[in-house]
Design a protein around this ligand. Structure first.
Ligand SMILES: Nc1ncnc2c1ncn2[C@@H]1O[C@H](COP(=O)(O)OP(=O)(O)OP(=O)(O)O)[C@@H](O)[C@H]1O
Length: 311
């Protein structure tokens, strides 16, 4: 469990993290989403005591990171900045960390296996590919068998196999009852792995919600249906969990809570002719961009503005 209260970090004039309140619960994967520069890495660094908050607090499993007597056994972190001795083998790197924390060799062997590093464990970590480096970072995070796992952009630069592996691992770790907190600037990636989302922009909390709720708030999955008997169709389709909108007197209705197939079958059952029946799925990426559009630090331009002369 991670709890942030009014967590704030300023670097001179710049407010990187701005009064953040959130709770990351065990047993699910929580995505920490935000555009570049939103304050995700800074927040994560404060969680593990690598940066001190300017104001507010953040605790892991009920205590500040520094107050834990065995922090590695409380929270394992994969942060962007790696500190791996390039000349050391992956196994020796893990053993060195294990030694300083009283973790037995058996656990090192376990995490090597868990992260699929067996065949390269004796090779120099400096020669590792990005994917192997990420696996090694995750192995180190798992060393203390912590109840809380925190990963900063773990899929960045990975090939599809690596991405799939991380997705499955995160889901597995959450199903074991661990708190899994993972940052990304890609909504599409988070939608596949996270149940819960904490979305930030310019250091501020923009949403603390589930993927389902975000879809619903963005307009949900709706079906457009048109008929010359729209009023009757509305009656026939009404029911618990079904929402129907459409201007009175028009032929078109927007229906949420029923699939296009269910609507088609009901209409046929009541002999109501349909002129249109189409599903619209909300793009989560679009919902995320709408939510964060004011919070993006550097906007790219995709269209060239032409100056217009006023006559
Ligand atoms: N040590 C620092 N000194 C000054 N400014 C900093 C420092 N660290 C971060 N910042 C600024 O704070 C803001 C938040 O940065 P942070 O790296 O936490 O964002 P992020 O959401 O992790 O972004 P990204 O997805 O690009 O990694 C940015 O504007 C960044 O430039």
């Amino acid at each position: 469990m991670i709890e942030a209260q009014q967590l704030t970090k300023r670097y001179g004039e710049k407010t990187a993290v701005d009064h953040l309140d959130f709770v990351v619960k065990p047993g699910t994967v929580t995505g920490f989403l935000g555009p570049n520069g939103a304050g995700k890495s800074t927040t994560m660094r404060m969680i593990v005591g690598l940066d001190a908050p300017t104001a507010g607090t953040v605790t892991v499993n009920g205590r500040h990171y520094a107050e834990h007597s065995a922090p590695l056994q409380e929270v394992g972190a994969l942060l962007e900045a790696k500190s791996i001795h390039p000349g050391r083998s992956a196994f020796d790197h893990l053993m060195a960390q294990a030694h300083t924390h009283g973790i037995p060799r058996r656990r090192v062997e376990e995490v090597v296996e868990l992260t699929g590093l067996q065949s390269v464990a004796k090779k120099r970590a400096g020669a590792f590919s990005l994917g192997m480096g990420q696996r090694l970072g995750i192995a180190a995070a798992l060393l203390g068998d912590p109840a809380t796992l925190m990963l900063d952009e773990p899929v960045n630069g990975l090939d599809p196999e690596g991405v799939l592996w991380i997705r499955n691992l995160l889901t597995q770790l959450a199903s074991e009852g661990r708190t899994v907190f993972v940052s990304s600037h890609l909504m599409s990636e988070m939608a596949l792995v996270a149940d819960h989302l904490i979305i930030v922009g310019r250091g501020r909390l923009l949403a603390d919600t589930t993927v389902q709720e975000l879809i619903r708030r963005a307009g949900g999955d709706s079906v457009t249906v048109a008929s010359d008997q729209a009023a009757r169709l509305r009656e026939v389709l009404s029911g618990p969990g079904v929402e129907i909108t459409g201007a009175v007197g028009t032929e078109e209705l927007q229906v949420t809570g029923l699939s296009a197939r269910a609507i088609g079958l009901k209409a046929a059952e009541h002999g109501i002719p349909l002129f249109e029946l189409s599903s619209r799925t909300v793009s989560l990426e679009q919902a995320f961009m709408d939510l964060t559009s004011d919070a993006v630090e550097y906007h790219g331009t995709t269209t060239v503005e032409t100056s217009r002369s006023v006559a």
